[in-house]
Design a protein. Structure first.
Length: 477
């Protein structure tokens, strides 16, 4: 069965097994998500945590409580929290030992359709998956795999071969939490729900597309992970490529999983393979002194690249992507730069042409820059943003949404095998043959070479400081 024809298995899971129960992901994201599901009445009746560390029941419950209080906004619904605590079981043991999975089987007694969430390092995926198969725990079960999906094309194929040797494709859910963000879903909706965009959304009217994913902090305690990944693997090949796919894809036949995934995969397949001259790698000064980082590390904490999507719609239009740590602010923003008017009718037409701007993080907003005439006899004016800001109060967090969908067998917001492999293909060569990482001072926009990469297309546009939703925007652009 291929991903383009995958159909959903809609039987609801009756248990969740969380491998990596004591890990950072569980603490920061999954426990708060489970509490949110409990408040909505969507929690499965049994949750089994698995990890190597021995924990008493009291320690397990305290870990969950601390997570929700520190990372999930606090416990405001005592009944929901009690329901979560009552659902949890815990199994400690070595993932390499069969007795760990026998103990898991006992903890799942009576459950018919468990979902197994692998919130563990990718090096353990094969061990866990094979053991689930050997102990019969894969029968009628689902597999939820956390990114990264391999380190390159070859390892992604190996991982998928292992997963599909035990689980059918329609029972494998590949999480990229970015796809569960409200702002990303709104990007898809805005693109295809508004008819005025379609005639402008092509190479005839767009000169370039650029996106910035900036963080004002460093790697923190994740030095060991970053040494195995770097910015290109960590956020560009997955998160930013997903945004590129939503911007560049042709209208899918429907919003169904198969049609949407096929349209996105077509974008990845059309990406021109990256060359060394298309890439700038940077490393913030002081990174080599971070915990668990090699003293001679060449791992990039910043990356800027230029790519092309060779489809009839986008042929020749450069997409500029940059992402990095210890940059001036934390934001995710996309800007689509339109061509100038065909006829320079007004004397002040030499400024920056119109653009469309999507702010995806930390706020969600859309702005269209258009020129407006100043008061007076002269035909001169300023470019101002026509600005819409969507309040995300009450937004369902990505892991809340994705876990709930996986339990229900809804694959809509997950990533297909075809799309994963096509995205890796676009960057595969550059993972090996790439320029050295250039140093940059913390608090700057990366090495100067990143500016040279985009100089011919007007330069990088820094994410615009946002106002609170509901106010009037009078910013000249």
């Amino acid at each position: 069965m291929t991903d383009a024809t995958q159909t959903a298995n809609t039987a609801h899971s009756d248990a969740l097994v969380l491998f990596g129960f004591t890990g950072d992901l569980a603490n920061k994201k999954i426990f708060p998500a489970l509490y949110a599901m409990a408040k909505r009445g969507e929690l499965v009746p049994r949750i089994v945590g698995v990890a190597g560390r021995p924990l008493s029941d009291d320690q397990v419950h305290q870990r969950v409580r601390d997570s929700i209080e520190n990372e999930g906004g606090g416990i405001g619904d005592g009944a929901a929290f009690d329901k979560l605590q009552q659902a949890i079981r815990y199994v400690s043991g070595d993932y390499n030992k069969p007795e760990t999975f026998e103990a898991l089987k006992q903890a799942l007694a009576g459950c018919k359709r468990p979902a197994h969430y692998l919130a563990v390092p990718p090096t353990l995926f094969e061990t866990v998956i094979q053991s689930l198969g050997k102990t019969g725990l894969a029968k009628d079960a689902r597999l939820i795999v956390e990114k990264p999906f391999g380190r390159d094309l070859a390892s992604a194929k190996e991982l998928d071969a292992v997963a599909r040797s035990v689980f059918p494709e329609n029972s494998i859910f590949r999480i990229d939490h970015y796809l569960g963000k409200e702002a990303i879903m709104n990007l898809l909706y805005f693109r295809f729900a508004n008819s005025f965009l379609e005639p402008l959304w092509c190479r005839d009217h767009v000169t370039s597309v650029q996106m910035t994913m900036s963080e004002d902090f460093g790697v923190g305690e994740r030095g060991a992970f970053y040494e195995t990944a770097g910015a290109l693997r960590d956020v560009v090949e997955n998160h930013l490529f997903q945004i590129v796919a939503l911007l560049a894809m042709e209208p899918p036949k429907s919003r169904g999983f198969a049609d949407l995934q096929a349209a996105k995969a077509d974008v990845f397949k059309a990406m021109r393979p990256l060359e060394p001259e298309d890439l700038v790698r940077g490393q913030y000064e002081g990174y080599r002194q971070e915990k668990d980082v090699a003293p001679d590390s060449d791992v990039e904490t910043f990356v800027a690249l230029r790519l092309y999507v060779d489809t009839p719609r986008w042929q020749g239009v450069p997409f500029y992507l940059r992402a990095g740590k210890k940059l001036p602010n934390t934001a995710v923003e996309v800007q689509i730069q339109f061509k100038p008017p065909a006829q320079a009718l007004f004397e002040d037409a030499g400024g920056r042409p119109n653009y469309l701007r999507f702010r995806l993080q930390p706020t969600s907003s859309i702005a269209l820059a258009a020129r407006v005439k100043d008061v007076g006899k002269r035909f001169v004016g300023q470019q101002r943003e026509l600005y819409a800001c969507e309040s995300l109060a009450g937004e369902e967090a990505p892991y809340d949404r994705l876990l709930s969908d996986a339990m229900a067998g809804d694959p809509s917001l997950f990533t297909s095998l075809e799309a994963v492999e096509a995205a890796w293909t676009a960057v595969d060569a550059i993972l090996v043959d790439h320029p050295k990482a250039l140093p940059y001072p913390p608090g700057t926009w990366g090495p100067a070479a990143a500016d040279a990469l985009i100089a011919g297309d007007g330069g990088w546009q820094a994410p615009v400081p946002e106002q609170a939703c509901g106010g009037e925007r009078q910013k000249a652009a």
